[in-house]
Structure formats: C-alpha cells, structure tokens
Design a protein around this ligand. Structure first.
Ligand SMILES: [Zn+2]
Length: 138
C-alpha cells in the first residue's frame, strides 16, 4: 500500500489503499488547502520527477533541498559532528542518491524536527538509516 504525501505541504501519511480524504496539516488554520484541491503523490513518483541538491552552508553544515520546488520548499540540514551526524528537519524526497551521499559523509545518527511542516517523510528517513531516533521540537 502506498504512503501518500500531500503535494502542498509534503507531509506523508501512513500507508493506505486510497489517498486520505484530507491533509490534517493543510486543514489547520495556519496552512491552506491548494485552490485546485487536495492532491497527493507517492515517494516513488516524487523520486522520478524531482532530485535533491546539497550545498555547504559552512564547514560540516550541509543544506539539502529538492528541485524542482516541492511542498513548501522545505530544506533539511545535515550537521556533521565528531559525535555523529544529525539531520535538522526533513524534506519529503529521500532517494537512494541522497542516502548514499549522506552515508559517504558519515551516515546519520539522529533526526531533529523543528516544526510539523518538516515531518514530511521522517519515518522513511529514519528507516533508511537503520531506524535512527527522531526528536520532535514544537
Ligand atoms: Zn498538506
């Protein structure tokens, strides 16, 4: 069963036969439902039409962004430390190239999420790196 991702905000939901009736994040009064209505995508489809790019913000701080723009244009930041690497916030697209790139930079030891708009596909990210812990801050 596919785990649908809201195209407006990038939040992934638990696997279901059919897309969820609505996105709880977009229905919140602080967000909005797209004027064209609710739409969904799967991670496989997203990985076929988008890609992630990295940029070094400063030594050992790497920004990861999806192109073309997806969701609300979220970016993740990989903080590399001698004690392990932390992903600060998540983006919806996680593909093999991204996983291999992060593994080449020392892998991932934990994920910290600052805000519900960065929940995106955090479970997929955690599982891709052996089930690393996720910390939610909000
Ligand atoms: Zn949404």
């Amino acid at each position: 069963m596919p785990a649908f991702i809201c195209t407006t905000c990038g939040t992934q939901y638990a696997p279901t036969e059919k897309p969820p009736p609505a996105c709880r994040i977009c229905e919140d009064e602080r967000q909005y439902v797209a004027t064209a209505g609710q739409s969904w995508i799967t991670l496989d489809m997203l990985a076929r039409r988008n890609m992630n790019a990295i940029r070094e913000l400063e030594p050992n701080l790497i920004s990861i962004t999806t192109f073309p723009h997806f969701g609300i244009g979220q970016r993740a930041q990989l903080l590399r430390t001698p004690h392990g690497n932390i992903l600060w916030d998540c983006i919806a697209l996680i593909d093999r190239a991204t996983v291999e790139m992060i593994n080449a930079m020392g892998g991932l030891d934990g994920i910290a999420i600052s805000h519900p708009h960065y929940y995106t596909t955090m479970i997929e990210w955690s599982e891709a790196f052996g089930g690393v812990p996720i910390h939610l801050h909000h």
